[in-house]
Design a protein around this ligand. Structure first.
Ligand SMILES: C[S@@+](CC[C@H](N)C(=O)[O-])C[C@H]1O[C@@H](n2cnc3c(N)ncnc32)[C@H](O)[C@@H]1O
Length: 291
């Protein structure tokens, strides 16, 4: 098998720097990706409540312009290898450096991707007990899209996902010993919303850490490609991939949220619930009680 063929890369975790590795993967060959890169949060001690994220083998404390330039390069390589019409989900967060707000859009708009949606991930925690700002409980997930035939809008989502909104509520992962894992439900939701019941597609995570995206891909019947710079995390991911059956419950819980059978158009035609707010007579009364 040659590196110029996608089959060479399938169901492997490559140890190394993701930018260098991505450059070797053939163009237009991957269906969907999900990742959470290091956030360049610095590695200073954060106090007794906030977990200090420190990775084996890589620094999370680069000059911000160097960090953003690297992210642009990584995202553009990902754009090259994703198939036209394919999607990539990029998890990041708003940060502050000496009082200046750093927003992921600052560099996302400099990449080739069409930004299809900004999803709020409500982590349902409030770990920031210091009072310069309101408690930051959210992260962001950017749904990035590679247009096909110059169509920037893309295909309509399947009706089964219609109960999901642009706010995703998942608690942080607490069992996983990796310093910054995301919960398994997150990549399952991303991949399943795009690929549904299709199988044998190709899923990538270029900063795969403990392998959460790869586990999601395997549970959904797809091939995976993982890239990770730290060998101990590759060992964690390899163990998880051998025992995916242990994570099947989380998988089933997430899939049960994708259950709408009729399209929006059908529901509207039959006068069924479409998500539009309809106050009951009691609600109207209580809403206007004080007026
Ligand atoms: C936020 S973590 C990803 C965690 C993963 N989503 C999970 O659930 O376990 C980022 C990962 O990127 C890895 N990393 C840092 N720099 C890297 C690089 N240049 N190339 C590949 N991996 C890198 C870190 O070792 C870390 O495991």
């Amino acid at each position: 098998m040659r590196k110029s063929e996608i089959t060479y890369w399938l169901n492997k975790i490559i140890e190394g720097d993701c930018l260098a590795t991505l450059k070797e993967i053939p163009s237009d060959s991957v269906d969907v990706g999900v990742t959470s890169p290091p956030y360049n949060k610095g590695e200073n001690k954060k106090g007794w409540l906030v977990k200090n994220v420190k990775y084996v083998n890589s620094s999370d404390k680069l000059p911000e312009d160097v960090y953003q330039q690297n992210q642009i390069q990584v995202l553009n390589e990902l754009y090259r290898i994703i198939k036209p019409g394919g999607s990539f989900f990029y998890n990041h967060k708003i940060r502050w450096e000496k009082g200046t707000l750093l927003h992921p859009m600052d560099w996302l708009r400099k990449t080739q991707w069409t930004i299809r949606q900004e999803i709020i991930w409500d982590r349902m925690i409030a770990a920031n007990i210091r009072g310069w700002r309101f408690w930051q409980v959210d992260e962001r997930i950017y749904w990035l899209y590679k247009p096909i035939n110059n169509n920037l809008i893309g295909e309509e989502l399947d009706a089964s996902h219609a109960l999901l909104t642009s706010i995703w509520r998942f608690s942080p992962e607490r069992e996983n010993p990796h310093p910054a894992p995301f919960p398994l439900s997150l990549p399952i939701r991303c991949i399943y919303s795009i690929l549904g019941e299709q199988k044998d597609k190709v899923i990538i995570d270029p900063y795969c850490g403990s392998g959460t995206t790869l586990v999601a891909a395997k549970l959904l019947g797809h091939n995976y490609i993982g890239i990770e710079i730290a060998e101990p995390y590759i060992q964690m991911a390899t163990e998880r991939l051998k025992n995916v059956i242990n994570e099947k419950n989380i998988f089933q819980q997430e899939i049960q949220k994708h259950i709408v059978t009729k399209t929006f158009k059908d529901r509207k035609k039959n006068g069924e619930y479409t998500g539009k707010f309809k106050p009951s007579s009691n609600t109207t009364l209580s809403l206007f009680d004080d007026v």
